[in-house]
Design a protein around this ligand. Structure first.
Ligand SMILES: CC(C)(COP(=O)(O)OP(=O)(O)OC[C@H]1O[C@@H](n2cnc3c(N)ncnc32)[C@H](O)[C@@H]1OP(=O)(O)O)[C@@H](O)C(=O)NCCC(=O)NCCS
Length: 293
């Protein structure tokens, strides 16, 4: 990792955050700030995603996301108390009821079932996330370790947020991918994205044999009904690389409204996938669309 980024990280967690610590902040020490920023960036106890020391082993992109979260705390755009509780909950150290009603065992539409992640789904997620065609609109494919950490982070999200990307299963085929809402924990350059954790993004990624059968749209409708109902979410966004026509078609079929474009901070300037299109959907328009259908 370039020295400048490492120095920036150390300066943030060892000096600027401890110096800025207010009496009402739940933590004051450098390793506590590091834990909070890294867990929330990794979507789980950070050691599940990256070997220690994180400052040396986290990707530059991951470190950039964690530093953005720290800058948001310093600027008053992120609540350190909430991030600390979320970090502890990701580690299973906070008991009690989650923020919303418990998630159901599954969501069903005929042969299609969305259910929480199980250990046996990790292989299916790893296979589709290692497929270059599936991942052609992502910065890179994922190796087995990244996929394992991602599957675990999905399960953690249900525990701490009450929702997350579901495992999508089809009768006779097993797990064919993921669809569902996820809190955006990275600072993003679109309205609302400057406050990490406040925006909920709808995500989808299916194995190739599942494409072109309308499954993503059907699964997203089930997930949206749950997000807008049980979870009490008022608005969701979706975004994708501008060239990803299949993903945009799903957004349009769901009645999502185009809301401009932005440059994705995970990709460097000039990268062909950097320009992303943003879509939004409110609970009210989803419900009225369902009544009209
Ligand atoms: C995006 C994705 C989830 C869409 O799921 P899906 O269930 O296939 O969606 P649909 O069946 O509704 O098809 C969506 C559109 O893609 C088109 N499509 C499906 N398979 C395609 C393929 N192999 N090549 C080109 N277009 C394809 C469909 O014809 C449809 O377009 P239409 O409405 O004009 O007919 C799926 O293509 C996928 O997993 N892609 C890879 C991962 C990805 O890009 N995720 C989104 C990141 S933001």
């Amino acid at each position: 990792m370039p020295d400048a980024a490492r120095e920036h990280w150390r300066d943030l967690v060892e000096r600027r955050l401890p110096q800025a610590a207010r009496p009402d902040w739940p933590v004051h020490r450098d390793h506590c700030f590091a834990r909070i920023l890294l867990d929330n960036t990794c979507g789980g106890p950070w050691r599940e995603s990256v070997p220690a020391p994180a400052w040396a082993n986290l990707t530059l992109n991951g470190l950039d996301a964690a530093m953005g979260l720290g800058e948001a705390v310093l600027a008053g755009r992120a609540d350190l108390g909430w991030l600390n509780r979320r970090s502890l909950a990701l580690r299973g150290k906070l008991r009690g009821s989650g923020p919303v009603a418990p998630s159901p065992e599954g969501l069903r539409d005929g042969d299609l079932v969305l259910r929480p992640w199980q250990a046996e789904d990790e292989a299916a997620l790893a296979a589709l996330s290692a497929d270059r065609d599936v991942m052609r609109y992502f910065p890179s494919t994922h190796d087995a370790q990244e996929s394992r950490a991602e599957a675990r982070s999905f399960a953690h999200r249900f525990r701490v947020d009450g929702f997350g990307p579901w495992a999508v299963t089809v009768a006779g085929e097993g797990c064919v991918g993921l669809v569902g809402g996820a809190r955006v924990m990275r600072v993003m350059p679109f309205p609302g994205g400057e406050r990490p954790g406040e925006t909920v993004e709808l995500e989808w990624r299916l194995a190739r044999p599942a494409w072109g059968r309308g499954l993503a749209t059907r699964a997203a409708r089930l997930a949206l009904h749950d997000l807008f109902g049980r979870c009490g979410i008022a608005v969701v966004v979706a975004f994708t690389a501008a060239d990803n026509a299949p993903s945009r078609r799903v957004m349009e079929r769901l009645g999502m409204i185009a809301d401009g474009r932005f440059e994705h901070p995970a990709l460097p300037p000039g990268h062909p996938l950097r320009t992303h299109l943003l879509y939004r959907l409110t609970a009210a328009s989803f419900e009225s669309g369902r009544l009209d259908a």
